[in-house]
Design a binder for this molecule. Structure first.
Ligand code: UD2
Length: 346
């Protein structure tokens, strides 16, 4: 009997040792892969990194929805890029099906929005319309970055949604406020990596007018700029000076993407923001600021690291622009503003 007890004790000791070794091995693999994800090369222009794998697209059995077709559909727009990323337009997805796939996964979506200086005036309607249209029925955590926390309006939010205010310094240059977002988003992701699955980074001077939901989720998500989506390469406002790390040669460029809306998985957006920040700051040390600040660096980044999902200009239109026929719905749109009145500098 005593021998049996001793054997059991030895076996349990061995098991504990084995489990301990297994834990150690899995932890070091995790740390290594995280380091791989966040690695920035010396020049910050290109990286190797592991991609998050796609989520399983599991749909409930017996879900009723219109049968899809592969021969009928939208013919006025292109809904896939040459690298086979979907381009999301109204009519290319079924919201009922999309929601039935993503809702059971209980995904958490973080949003960043900056309201510094006079831009605080845009925050209330941004938040109110977001509540009506953005990921309704999902877990959404909005991070408001502002220099005036007391003036953040109280907006009633549904269950599963919350808002956190983060204090940021003001600046005398709007270019700096806009560009520093990359650094602050990078830091936010480092602090909240395990709390959320996806993140979207949005301009504050815009309102939601239509559904923006789980159809927009992806590893790396870019939005086509409403002002340039029909233009040829030579007309795209990329940074054209070779001295800048945002430089795009005349033969470079797929599309011109917005700085006002981008997103993806936390890992992908972390790498994007870290690289853009690195390149923006390295340029600044050499006395050069890209034509459209962080938007230029984002466009350079997306040229090398192709977005896995591209959102049509429905996802960031501009109120002053005439609505083109292919824009069947406006989901989010920049409001008309008088720059001289709201920016700290001209
Ligand atoms: C474009 C981009 C913007 C950014 C900028 C280049 C779109 C629709 N917008 O817009 O994202 O890439 O070019 O730098 O693609 N902000 C403040 N306080 C300020 C100034 C800016 O909070 O005093 C924040 C605010 O969240 C605002 C954002 O920075 O929405 C971008 O600034 P903007 O809207 O003035 O930039 P804009 O219109 O040139």
């Amino acid at each position: 009997m005593e021998r049996l007890t001793r054997r059991a004790a030895a076996a349990s000791l061995l098991l504990t040792l084995l489990l301990g070794m297994l834990y150690y091995i899995t932890q070091s693999i995790r740390v290594e892969s995280l380091e791989e994800v966040t690695k920035i090369p010396a020049d910050g222009r290109s990286d190797t990194h592991s991609r998050v794998s796609d989520v399983r697209l599991t749909s409930p059995d017996h879900l009723q929805y219109k049968q899809p077709s592969v021969v009928h559909g939208r013919t006025d727009v292109v809904s896939v890029t040459p690298w086979l990323a979907p381009v999301v337009w109204e009519g290319t997805f079924n919201p009922v099906l999309i929601d039935s796939i993503y809702k059971p996964q209980n995904v958490s979506v973080a949003v960043t929005v900056f309201a510094v200086g006079k831009y605080i005036m845009f925050l209330k309607s941004f938040l109110e319309t977001m509540e009506q249209y953005f990921f309704v029925g999902f877990n959404v955590h909005v991070y408001v970055f502002t220099d005036q926390p007391k003036d953040v309006p109280e907006v009633r939010v549904a269950a599963g949604r919350q808002l956190t205010v983060r204090l940021v310094p003001s600046s005398k240059r709007w270019q700096e406020i806009s560009a520093r977002r990359m650094e602050l988003i990078q830091v936010l992701i480092e602090e909240t990596l395990h709390h959320h699955d996806y993140i979207f980074c949005l301009d504050v001077d815009a309102l939601f007018h239509g559904r923006w939901g789980a159809e927009s989720l992806g590893g790396l998500v870019a939005v086509l700029h409403p002002g340039y989506y029909k233009d040829g390469r030579s007309r795209l406002p990329f940074e054209r000076r070779p001295q800048s790390r945002a430089y795009m040669a005349p033969e470079d460029g797929d599309f011109y993407y917005c700085g006002g809306a981008f997103g993806g998985s936390l890992q992908e957006v972390h790498l994007l923001t870290k690289t853009c920040r690195y390149n923006f700051e390295a340029d600044a040390r050499e006395g050069i600021e890209a034509a459209w600040q962080e938007e230029s660096h984002l466009n350079r980044y997306m040229w090398i690291h192709k977005p896995s999902k591209v959102l049509s200009p429905e996802y960031l239109w501009q109120d002053f622009a005439r609505r083109n026929p292919e824009i069947r719905i406006i989901r989010f749109s920049g409001i008309v503003k008088n720059y001289a009145d709201i920016r700290p500098n001209v």
